[in-house]
Design a protein around this ligand. Sequence first.
Ligand SMILES: [Fe+2]
Length: 164
Amino acid sequence: MSKTNKTNENYIGLEKDKIEEVAKSLNSYLADLNLLYVKIHNLHWNIEGSTFFQLHSVFEGYYEAIAKTLDEVAERMLILGHRPAASMKEYLDLSTLKELESKGLSAQESINILESDFLNMLSQSRSILTLAEDANDQGTVDLMAGLIGEYEKSLWMIKSFKTK
Ligand SMILES: [Fe+2]
């Protein structure tokens, strides 16, 4: 097996400059996932009203899925040769999402918050996929493609919940 000798390529044969751009976006995405992990706990705890039992458990499913996703994103960054942000301070600095104060929320309010944040994550996932494609980084393309499908499915469910 031959080792790459090109100085502009990293240890897995990907172009360093382009991968740096991918990693930068992944770090901001990771910050948003960490913020969302906390924020969806907030929804899980503070949802009130006749759909409490249903949404309380739906939100639990989402923060559990996010816990798994944020680990995959951080490890993808390490695979690419970049160190992921790993402190709350960095996450707050890097995140594009807004935190939520702790207060009672109606089903409509909580679902609207989730919808808006998932739309943001979907849009970022598509942008990162495009950057990764340009960098010939199939591993990140694959990770983002899977997540895009998950956000789209969640947004369809949210739309169905809101339709009446
Ligand atoms: Fe709980």
